[in-house]
Design a protein around this ligand. Sequence first.
Ligand code: SAM
Length: 210
Amino acid sequence: MELSDAYIASFISERDELLVEMENFAKQHHVPIMQLAGIESLNQLLRIQKPKAILEIGTAIGYSALRMAKALPDCQIVTIERDESRVQYAKEFIARSEAANSIQIIEGDALEVEMEKLPTTFDAVFIDAAKGQYMKFFEKYSPLVPSGGVLYIDNMYMHGLSNLDIKEVPRRKRTMIRNLKTFSDWIMSHPDYTSAFFPVGDGLLICLKR
Ligand SMILES: C[S@@+](CC[C@H](N)C(=O)[O-])C[C@H]1O[C@@H](n2cnc3c(N)ncnc32)[C@H](O)[C@@H]1O
């Protein structure tokens, strides 16, 4: 049975003016930000986990970083974004919030960032960047997560594409979908992680490090 949008919306919390402005900005400028049901679920899991430090791959305009910072006032968030203009918008939006001191934005490609620039551990890593590169992000950053830490990975549905037979996927997206599938098969049988898929938002995969 499909749940109605109105029923789902009845569980979405009110956002302050700045967050609503960011949501409208993202819509107007076609910046992909996390879906509301997805970020609500992620934040609730983070409240339960209580991380002191989170690494986010894929800042965009800083929406999810700010949502996480508001949900976890005692947590430090480092977030990486390669798109220069998005970094500028993220800095401007975050500077206007009360969470400016909890969020550090690193500009650059997450696959090229020098590890020395980062703290040595993160209790949580949130991966929300180029979908075809999830395996590479995971391999690079999972060593920073201690046992008991969690990696959260968004867009596992890929807006419905990962559900299709590969021949039905538009040609230009096939490599990305194949990579995503290779990654999900690999992580689901990885001996160091207990992973579960949450069919919320665009599909959230949660990998708990043993
Ligand atoms: C879906 S958006 C992130 C949305 C954001 N997490 C939110 O919900 O507010 C993905 C972002 O990842 C960035 N990105 C993609 N590949 C990247 C990489 N290799 N390194 C850094 N940023 C990357 C893109 O430029 C884009 O802004």
